[in-house]
Ligand binder design. Structure first.
Ligand SMILES: Cc1cc2nc3c(=O)[nH]c(=O)nc-3n(C[C@H](O)[C@H](O)[C@H](O)COP(=O)(O)OP(=O)(O)OC[C@H]3O[C@@H](n4cnc5c(N)ncnc54)[C@H](O)[C@@H]3O)c2cc1C
Length: 385
């Protein structure tokens, strides 16, 4: 079997690696990954906050995060030379008027991570000294959270793909996808044509664009811009401090050595594009973070934005298109595409090679229907093809 994976972000490389480990009828799957840009991970994957949080995302996403933990904690030796995860707790804080959100967070959060607990504001300030006691009334600690070495993880999938004989094509945008009897003919911008049996759509914000090129109806992906910036720390080495976030997702701050990564946690609808930060969003983050902390942010060392791409139900779309099962979706990664990538890749490969989730999902309550594209084909707004 020959497969082409469209997109060289974390979704594409994890799916390509997992596929390259599979065989069908005793024959290995031949995998080619095609990426439009001249480097991999140029778009959303290279712009994340690199955090793993168990209590994050829709139900099926939480299951994918759980199913990714084994790979992330114990990646195969030959693929990495240092750990992918380093512990970093998450501290969620709230003002007095955000009590309802705190209760909801605690109830929902404990289902995903039983370690989640409320701590006193004084304890919170010991963990994160810049908290303003006059603005923070409650605090929740989420241990069992981690920094992710995103570049190391992405590279691990690339190494594994290459070691299994897979091919990567850069500066190779897919401009056409044509179904011919049992094959797909994939046309690249330079006119070259690849003939394959299976197409995996891991094109991130461009997922619906790629589907349309294949004559497949969209799943109505909505890319949302999120802004981030770095500011120097006045506190010396704060690298061991937790990530601190507002309970209603209005801002977050993540220590990064002698700097802080800051974000207004914005979600601005966007077309698929090379997202750029807007000054107003950076200013909004500074206002909100300076109000809740004594970080006293005045200087922005660098800023960027990336597109977090969601479906209407904010779960991912992973699996075969019902009317065209050789077209496999792997999109809608939203704000969790890094932490779920090992399991998302395995699921793509399992569904292609075996038609069902495999051993990586043993003991994980995976709501497959909440991931399959079929759910977008049953409503009157999404007629069957
Ligand atoms: C500020 C911010 C913070 C985040 N923090 C976290 C976090 O802490 N933890 C976490 O898990 N996630 C986080 N995320 C989300 C995470 O980054 C994304 O979910 C993930 O990177 C999406 O990966 P992807 O491969 O789907 O998309 P992308 O990385 O965008 O890759 C898609 C690729 O497809 C290519 N492509 C598109 N069209 C074509 C075509 N026609 N032909 C060939 N190639 C094509 C594009 O060039 C692109 O390289 C964050 C995102 C942002 C913006």
């Amino acid at each position: 079997m020959r497969a082409v994976v469209v997109g060289g972000g974390i979704a594409g490389v994890s799916a390509a690696h997992a596929l390259s480990r599979k065989s069908v009828d005793g024959v290995s799957i031949e995998v080619t990954l095609v990426e439009a840009e001249k480097v991999l991970a140029h778009h959303t994957t290279g712009r994340s906050a690199a955090q793993l949080i168990l209590n994050y995302g829709a139900g099926p996403i939480r299951a994918l995060t759980r199913a990714s933990l084994d790979f992330l904690h114990h990646p195969p030796d030959r693929l990495v030379d240092h750990p992918i995860l380093e512990p970093r707790d998450v501290l969620t804080v709230a003002a007095a008027e955000q009590g309802e959100s705190v209760e909801r967070y605690l109830t929902e959060g404990r289902a995903a991570n039983p370690e989640i607990r409320e701590i006193t504001v004084a304890e919170a300030r010991e963990l994160f000294p810049p908290l303003r006691l006059d603005r923070v009334a409650r605090a929740i600690l989420e241990p069992d959270s981690y920094d992710i070495d995103v570049a190391g993880l992405h590279q691990a999938f690339v190494r594994g793909l290459r070691a299994n004989g897979g091919t990567i094509r850069l500066s190779a945008p897919v401009v056409g996808l044509e179904r011919r009897s049992t094959d797909w003919v994939v046309t690249l911008a330079d006119g070259e044509r690849l003939t394959v049996d299976v197409v995996v759509n891991a094109a991130g914000a461009w997922g619906d664009v790629v589907a349309e090129r294949a004559g497949i109806p969209p799943v109505d992906l909505q890319p949302m811009r999120r802004t981030a910036f770095m500011t120097p720390s006045r506190y010396g080495d704060s690298s061991g401090w937790p990530l601190v976030a507002d309970v209603d997702h209005n801002w977050y701050v993540k220590p990064d050595g002698r700097r802080f990564l800051c974000s207004p946690a914005d979600e601005q609808p966007s077309e698929p594009c090379d997202a750029k930060p807007e000054e107003i969003d950076v200013a909004m983050a500074i206002d909100r973070i300076n109000a809740a902390t004594t970080l006293d942010i005045r200087h922005v060392a660098s800023s960027w934005a990336g597109l977090r791409t969601f479906t209407a139900d904010r779960s991912m779309v992973i699996g075969p298109e019902p009317a065209e099962p050789s077209f496999i979706w792997c999109v809608g990664q939203g704000g969790t595409g890094i932490q779920t990538s090992p399991a998302a890749g395995h699921l793509v490969a399992d569904l292609v090679a075996d038609g069902a989730p495999g051993a990586n999902f043993d003991g994980v309550e995976l709501d497959l229907a909440g991931l399959l594209p079929d759910r977008f084909r049953l409503s009157p707004h999404h007629p069957q093809v």
